[in-house]
Design a protein around this ligand. Structure first.
Ligand code: G3I
Length: 344
């Protein structure tokens, strides 16, 4: 079979998230696939502050350094993920009580991490997930102690620490109208205050059961109208039911053995493969239509076995959200996407 990055090379970058096993090249089949298919990489977990900055005075750059080397060695576009996020924070940050201490942490963190990789990272997800679905600011420790200024502060620090990197604001559900509107307002304010911001990341954690293509297209057009690049930064399509939609006994069962919660423990039936392929095709049609506005499509994982969606929002399920199966073989969805470029 062919190569995604080759097929779409005139259109946008095709990326994937890497785990430690990929960066350390522990799995030759996975690494072969990564190098053939993708020209952009994002660290799935190891540049998050909890991992890279475990204590006030201690950083751990082991995997971060290897990740950047991997990208450079293989001529890939390297994404830094993520400088300021309410989740996966080191324990000591949870104990911070004053605005000044929090600023001290942010300043040290951004200067040290973005500074270390300055000139080697193509783009940083500077701030991740600052806005709630209802359009209000998330009441994170950053917002509680610093107000919405923490966003400007983060971007300004990142711009200084790594003047060459493109700076992104990254979020989920930010294609949806209410959250999109709030995000646009936030970005307009940032720009008006002279802050450098280059792009918006739409994560793209969607479901084959509720994909809203029109919202996605509107979001591409509206974010791009702000003069920003648009990237799809964490794309995957769950094929499993949302546990919140199920009731009673199904929810309380052992998930692995629940036919409703984990309907495809062994393999994905053909009919669902086809639906997944159709949904990816619809998505990529829109991406291609707006390729002049889109910089990158990054999948959140290499193959189905390596997806976080096997463990979220409940553990012990078998999911199939990506283009490659657990044997590193292309799925129907891969073919559907490649067909759009008349290639296999
Ligand atoms: O590495 C430890 C392992 O030693 C331990 O035994 C195990 C027990 O729970 O946990 C392992 O760490 C987990 C880590 O993934 C690596 O697998 C963490 O618990 C788990 O919370 C972590 O989940 C990650 C999640 O972000 C939270 O950081 C997912 O892999 C990662 O895919 C997900 O990615 C996020 C993006 O960064 C931001 N947007 C949403 C996206 C999905 O949640």
């Amino acid at each position: 079979f062919g190569s995604l990055k080759e097929a779409f090379k005139e259109d946008f970058l095709i990326g994937t998230a890497l785990g430690a096993e990929h960066i350390l090249e522990k799995d030759s089949k996975a690494n072969e696939l990564i190098k053939k298919q993708f020209n952009a990489i994002t660290p799935e977990n190891h540049m998050k502050s909890m991992n890279i900055h475990p204590e006030w005075n201690r950083y751990d750059f082991f995997l971060g350094d290897k990740f950047v080397e991997y990208g450079q060695k293989n001529n890939m576009y390297v994404v830094g993920h993520t400088l300021v996020w309410h989740s996966q924070l080191p324990r000591f940050v949870g104990k911070i009580k004053s605005a000044d201490s929090l600023k001290l942490f942010m300043t040290d963190h951004i200067n040290t991490v973005a500074g270390r990789y300055a000139g080697k990272i193509n783009s940083w997800d500077v701030v991740n997930e600052a806005i709630e679905d209802d359009g209000t600011f998330r009441k994170s420790i950053f917002y509680k102690l610093l107000g919405e200024d923490f966003i400007k502060m983060s971007f300004d620090l990142a711009a200084k620490a790594d003047p060459k990197a493109e700076l992104y604001y990254n979020d989920y559900n930010n294609e949806q109208p209410v959250k999109r509107k709030a995000t646009i307002e936030m970005i307009k304010k940032l720009k008006a205050s002279g802050t450098k911001i280059d792009g918006v990341g739409i994560q793209g954690h969607w479901s084959i059961n509720s994909l809203k293509i029109q919202d996605i297209e509107d979001a591409i057009v509206e974010y791009s109208a702000l003069g920003l690049k648009v990237a799809f930064t964490e794309l995957d399509l769950t094929v499993l039911p949302n546990p919140w939609d199920l009731k009673g006994a199904d929810v309380n069962q052992n998930f692995e053995n629940s036919p409703k919660m984990n309907p495809y423990p062994k393999e994905l039936p053909d009919s669902v493969q086809t639906t997944l392929a159709q949904k990816y095709e619809e998505l990529f049609k829109v991406f291609l239509k707006h390729k002049d506005k889109i910089d990158r499509i990054t999948f959140w994982g290499v193959e189905d076995g390596h997806s976080w969606l096997n463990g979220w929002p409940v553990r012990g399920r078998t999911n199939y959200p990506l283009l490659f199966d657990r044997n590193f073989e292309p799925k129907k969805a891969y073919q559907a996407v490649m067909n759009l470029k008349n290639t296999k």
